[in-house]
Write a protein that binds this ligand. Sequence first.
Ligand code: UD1
Ligand code: CA
Length: 452
Amino acid sequence: MSLAVVILAAGKGTRMKSALPKVLHAVAGKPMVQHVVDAAASLDPANIIIVYGHGGEQVKATVTGEQLAWAEQAEQLGTGHAVAQAMPHVKEDMVLVLYGDVPLIRPDTLKEFVASVDDNTLALMTLTLNNPNGYGRIVRDGQNNVQRIVEQKDASEAELGIQEINTGILACSRRFLEESLPKLSSNNAQGEYYLTDLIAMASQSGLNVETLQPNEGWEVDGVNDRVQLARLERIFQQAQAETLMRDGVTLRDPARLDIRGSVQIASDVIIDVNVILDGDVTIEEGVIIGPNCVLRDANIGAGTVIEANTLIDGAIVGENCQLGPYARLRPGTELADNAKVGNFVETKKSYIGEGSKVNHLTYIGDSQIGKGVNVGAGTITCNYDGANKFQTVMKDGAFIGSNSSLVAPVTIGENATVGAGSTITKDVDDNGLAVARGQQRNVANWQRPKKG
Ligand code: UD1
Ligand code: CA
C-alpha cells in the first residue's frame, strides 16, 4: 500500500512569543518540523504534505526533503479542517497524520504504527498519563473497543477521569478520510472541525480502531512554549548521549554535551564537559576532546588530542594530531597525520603536512605547508592585500623563525630557513637562509632619559 504523510503545521504558536513560526524553532539545531519531515521520510512515503498557515513562506523556504507538497490552511478552523486542506494532494492508499510541533517521534515507532493499518483498520496513537489534563480522552466500550474521542472542553466529569489520551497521531485509508472529513461539523465547545470526531465515525461504520502507545512518552510531546522546547531539547540530548555511551564513547558528563547534527564517533573516544558537536562530525577511535571545544563539520583522525577551548569548523584533521588549547581551525583547513596546531593559532584554507608544527600565536591562511615544517611563534601569513587573497607555500623541512611575516604570494623552499623577525616578500630558495630585518646596533653605556 502506498503511503502519504500529512504534517499539520498551521498553528500560530502564540505562546512562543516569537517572530519565527513555531515549527521553525529548533531542537538540536534543527527546526522541529524538519525533525518530523525526516522521521516521515524514514517510512519512504510517496508523498509528504505540509499544511501551513502562519509564516508559511518562511516555513517553505526552510524545510527540505523529497516528495514534499504544501497545502495552505489560511484560517485555522481545527485539525479536521487542516487535514481536509491536504486531501487534494493525496493520491495514496494510506494516510498518516503527524504534527509539526511534535518533533521527537521516532522512526521505529512510526513503522510499527503504520504497519497496523489497512482498509478496515484505523490506527491511533495514545498514551496513558497520570495527569491527562488538556488532552482529548479515549472513550472505550465494555469490550474495550475504542468508541470515540472526547476533547477536554467537551468532556463530562466521568470522561475527564479517563487517563488514556489522544496524542493526535493517526493513520487510516485515504478512502475513509475522503468519506468522513466532509461530514465533520464544528458544533462543539471550541467551534472547530475536530479530526478526533473521525474516531466515532470509524467505530460506527465498523472499522477497527487499533491503538498503539509509543515506547517513550516524550516521542509524542508537543511544544507550545519555550519552556517545553527546552525540556525536549534536554530529553533529545540525553537520548543522543546515551546512544554514544552505549557505543563505547566516554562522556565525562552526558548532560554537558550538545549534538546539533549527525555524528559518527568511534569507540574509546573521550569527551570532556561543555563540548558542542555541530553539523556532520566524524571522530575516529581514541580521540580525546578537552572541555569547551566546538566541532562543526569536521573529521578527526584516530588518536588525535584536542585540548580545551579549541574551535574546529569545516576542517579535516589527520591521525595523532595535537590541537589547542585555544586553537581555531577555520573552513578549508586540512591537517596531515602528526601535525600540531597550538594555542592562539588560527588557520584557514590551508594544508599542514605530516609532522609539521604551528605551535603558538600564528595565523596561517591560504597556505600549503609541507612535511616537517616548523612555524615559529607569532608568524603571520599576509595573505590579503585588501582586495585579493594570495598563497603562501612552505616546502618540506622549512623553518620559519618567530615573529616573521610571510607576504604572499611567496614560497619558502625545501629546508630553507627564515630568520626570526623577518618580513619575507621574495621567494626563498631550497636550503637557503633569508633574514629580512633591521641590523642590530649596540651602543655602549647608554644613558636613558631621566624624569624631571
Ligand atoms: C489536539 C487533539 C487532542 C489531542 C491533542 C494532543 C483535536 C480536535 N484534538 O488538541 O485530542 O489530545 O491534540 O496534543 O484534534 N493545527 C492546524 N490547524 C488547525 C488546528 C490545529 O494546523 O486549524 C495544528 C496545530 O498547529 C498543532 C496541531 O494541529 O500542531 C494540534 O492542534 P492544537 O490546537 O494544539 O490541538 P489541541 O487542542 O491541543
Ligand atoms: Ca496541542
